[in-house]
Design a protein around this ligand. Structure first.
Ligand code: PPS
Length: 300
């Protein structure tokens, strides 16, 4: 494999840099912070949510937070999601502040990262619970395409989906290649206190998946609790509520181009992928995920 280098003819991220053989952007995770995390530095936390960007992180974080906070829907409404968990990648390198705002000291209940396993290996050795969120790579890539278009921190990509797809082929995407990412975190499946949640499963059967997450987190939940969680974390509700629709970062994401909560569907990739692109992903899947038994569903 060619050595990863900063810059690509199709698109280069603002403040692009290379770490652990993938590209990152300074505004997605300052290099000093990523290197500190790589060394195992950072706050103590009880639960870590690890997800590739645009794989449905916000829903997983929201469910985990509600389970860990007595299904306090009122607080979830009052406090933006960003204030209810710690986004490790975006912290200052000393983990004392984020975007200049001080962070609490001491053990954090809920933390999140988009960084690949090989960067977070030392963190994964800690005695914490890890929830890994997966989404089928085709829908994931479509969502990332729109994120690249709308996000000023990603340089507001102006090209077509086909042009963007060249970045996928060249593994020149933020946080690394989607397959490397998924296989990396999948390879720790025998680690105690690790669970996997799929976007498609959550959409298909939220009752089962919320109950599975509750069990993993050691929380007893009633049918009413589960119903309240599902209602609050439905796409329609999260897209409407100010505390979950991320409209507080409209200065970074141009919602006119594509809102943070865009479509929330399984199978939207069919509106973007041509046969050649779909086959490319299928081939990558066969090479990387199939041998380790990692499965995705592209339609429900
Ligand atoms: S981020 O910014 O990388 O953390 O984004 P992330 O939350 O991982 O992924 C955003 C995509 O997830 C969809 N989403 C949801 N789908 C269903 N239900 C709920 N509650 C939900 N919340 C977020 C969001 O719409 C993005 O997917 P697309 O396909 O672009 O709509």
């Amino acid at each position: 494999m060619a050595e990863m280098k900063v810059g690509h003819p199709v698109h280069t991220l603002p403040g692009e840099y290379v770490v652990d053989s993938y590209i990152m952007g300074e505004r997605l995770g300052p290099q000093a912070t990523v290197r500190a995390l790589q060394k195992g530095e950072g706050p103590e936390y009880d639960v870590l949510v690890a997800t590739y960007p645009r794989s449905g992180t916000a829903r997983v974080v929201e469910i985990a937070w509600l389970l860990m906070n007595n299904i306090d829907v009122q607080k979830a409404k009052d406090v933006p999601q960003g204030g209810r968990h710690m986004f490790l990648d975006l912290c200052a390198p000393d983990f004392k502040s984020i975007f200049g705002k001080p962070l609490p000291s001491g053990k954090i209940p809920l933390a999140k990262t988009h960084l690949p396993y090989h960067t977070m290996e030392k963190h994964a050795k800690r005695d914490t619970k890890i929830i890994v969120g997966f989404r089928n790579p085709k829908d994931n890539i479509v969502s990332i395409y729109h994120f690249y278009r709308s996000n000023r921190d990603l340089g507001c990509f102006k090209g077509s989906f086909s042009e963007f797809f060249q970045l996928v082929k060249d593994k020149h995407l933020f946080f690394g290649d989607v397959f490397d990412y998924n296989v990396g975190w999948w390879n720790i499946r025998d680690r105690p206190n690790t669970m996997y949640v799929n976007y498609e499963d959550l959409t298909e059967d939220p009752v089962r998946e919320v109950r599975r997450m509750a069990q993993f987190l050691g929380k007893e939940v009633s049918d009413e609790d589960v119903a309240n969680i599902i209602q609050w974390t439905s796409f329609g509700n999260m897209a409407t509520e100010k505390s979950t629709n991320y409209e507080g970062i409209k200065h970074i994401i141009d919602f006119e181009i594509s809102p943070y909560m865009r479509k929330g569907k399984v199978g939207d990739w069919r509106n973007y992928f041509n046969n050649e692109q779909s086959e490319f992903i299928d081939e990558q899947y066969e090479k990387t995920c199939m041998p380790v038994g990692l499965k995705f569903r592209y339609d429900l």
